[in-house]
Design a binder for this molecule. Structure first.
Ligand code: NAD
Length: 515
């Protein structure tokens, strides 16, 4: 079964005696004979082979080659660069089912969500192709006669992309599709937990690069750990580090980048809340809350982790939620009808159980959840999503536990609800369920939610690519995917052109003899 899948994803040719490459540089696989890590699927723990670890010299070579590719790619007109993206999209359409199956196998998310992730890459392709004819600058009225004042956007250089396990394809696509169309080269360090998805992406892109006669070095891949990521951060040839992962990782990357004042784009942890007010449509809110809190087994950066509900409607809302949670189909994410797959690892389950134990010590009341669910003879980390009513926003509620735990807090006054929403150190996503226009206005206004995403009558997760995605505070401040996020992958140059024969100076300054 896996063998056919590896072939369909174009990666079977890269496996050498059960070992997957440590790096794919200029379209060629490189192996490290010394360091190998075992790979297994979170679905049932069965082995997927071994993974090599990029050496210092693999990463060095990858950056070098990416830099050389950038030097020629930046001179290709942007609409022609868009044609490479169109070619990638064509190949992806032919391989979408296989890639989605691989995402499920390696990350454990249900097939429908994996298909959505592939669709997100396709959406990014469409967006980037359109963008290839719209990398607009500005013309500005000059105060000087016969002068032109312009702003142009120019390519940056090598963009390093460091990604997390939970979106093993889409987050790379957000970055790479924009980076390439903007005239840059990309070097990718994927999560240690999802390297096969990265290899499948790399195989597809390598074919497109060859077909379009684009430089093979435009997309490089190094498989490694935090140290490999650190090498990318420290290298002066890397112009931008786009890093997605935990807040702790982002702090380390930001400090490393600050040593050379390198640009960063950080997409870090969230601790997302939804406020449900008395005017809300409770049936709609219930459906949205279940998807946002239990979907992807609580392993989205935008997962709903805190429910802030008005005390008058709390009993009705919680009764509906507990009912819905108890009937959630949990199990093998490849099976039709299953809505919740496994956690990524046994240690993720241990962290979930420790968080629940702490919440209960703090006075929390567990409404549903906690048990470990053996699914068949499986070794997967299957859990039942949990709901815990908390007496207050305690330390455990303020932390992101990357698992399906929904903490419930009650409120009486709407201002207090907004204050609870904003009281955590992360600032990614938030939602309000209300049919009251004034509450909506306050929630999305300047004194409302302080998050990068503030939704009304829809959940915290499941963003479209058209808007800029990202969050404030410890979430890192980055914005990716749609809107004008492309500007992160370019440098702005202001050009003043004197088309006359005189030399008027700005601010009417006279330097030396008057004319
Ligand atoms: P993680 O922080 O453990 O790892 C993410 C990536 O960073 C991996 O590739 C890892 O090797 C690398 N890394 C770790 N330490 C590093 C260092 N010091 N220097 C350079 N690279 C380093 O995260 P994870 O467990 O894979 O993913 C879950 C986390 O990611 C959650 O906190 C989640 O909220 C966050 N996330 C955020 C977004 C977003 O867009 N805001 C999206 C997906 C996931």
């Amino acid at each position: 079964m896996s063998e056919t899948l590896f072939q369909a994803c174009g990666i079977a040719r890269w496996r050498q005696q059960d070992c997957w490459p440590a790096a794919v540089l200029d379209g060629r696989a490189h192996y490290d004979a010394d360091v190998r890590h075992p790979l297994a699927t979170p679905i049932d723990g069965s082995a997927l082979g071994w993974l090599g670890h990029a050496t210092l010299s693999h990463t060095h070579l990858g950056i070098n080659s990416a830099h050389n590719a950038y030097l020629s790619w930046r001179l290709i007109p942007a609409p022609q660069r868009g044609q490479l993206i169109a070619c990638i999209a064509g190949k992806l359409r032919a391989r979408r089912a296989a890639l989605a199956t691989l995402i499920t196998l390696e990350s454990g998310k249900i097939l429908g969500e994996a298909e959505g992730e592939v669709q997100e890459w396709l959406d990014m392709c469409d967006f980037a192709v359109g963008l290839s004819r719209q990398l607009h600058g500005l013309t500005i009225a000059s105060e000087r006669a016969e002068h032109l004042l312009l702003e142009q956007w120019q390519p940056l250089g090598v963009v390093a992309v460091i990604t997390a396990f939970n979106f093993p394809v889409a987050v790379w696509a957000w970055n790479a599709m924009l980076a390439l169309v903007c005239g840059n080269a990309v070097i990718w360090k994927p999560s240690e937990q999802t390297p096969l998805c990265a290899l499948a992406v790399q195989a597809l892109v390598s074919e497109a690069l060859q077909e379009c006669q684009a430089p093979a070095g435009l997309c490089q891949l190094v498989n490694g750990d935090a140290a490999t990521g650190g090498q990318l951060v420290a290298d002066p040839r890397v112009a931008l580090i786009s890093a997605t992962g935990s807040c702790a990782m982002g702090l380390a990357v930001a400090q490393g980048a600050a040593r050379r004042l390198a640009r960063t784009l950080l997409e870090l942890g969230g601790n997302n809340a939804a406020i449900v007010t008395p005017s809300a449509d409770l049936a709609l809110a219930t459906r949205a809350i279940v998807f946002a809190a239990a979907g992807t087994c609580g392993q989205r950066c935008t997962t709903l982790r805190r429910l802030i509900v008005h005390e008058d409607i709390a009993p009705a809302l919680l009764a509906g939620l507990v009912n819905a949670y108890r009937s959630l189909p949990i199990g093998d994410p490849r099976q039709p009808g299953v809505l919740v797959g496994p956690l990524i690892s046994a240690s993720a389950r241990t962290r979930m159980q420790a968080a629940l134990a702490e919440a209960i010590r703090d006075g929390g009341e567990l409404l549903t959840g906690d048990e470990q669910l053996p699914v068949g003879a499986s070794n997967g980390a299957y859990v039942r999503p949990a709901i815990v009513v908390m007496p207050a926003q305690t330390a455990i509620v303020m932390r992101e536990t990357f698992a399906p735990i929904l903490y419930v807090l009650r409120y009486r006054d709407f201002s207090a609800a907004i204050a609870l929403n904003n009281a955590v150190s992360q600032g990614l996503s938030s939602a309000l369920f209300s049919n009251d226009l004034r509450e909506t206005g306050r929630f999305i206004g300047p004194a409302g939610s302080d998050c990068g995403l503030a939704n009304v009558n829809t959940g915290t997760s499941g963003a479209e690519i058209g808007g800029a995605f990202g969050g404030e505070k410890l979430t890192g401040g980055g914005r990716e995917s749609g809107s004008d996020a492309w500007k992160n992958y370019m440098r702005r140059a202001t050009n003043t052109i004197n088309a006359g024969t005189a030399l008027p100076l700005a601010q009417g300054l006279v330097f030396g003899e008057r004319p």
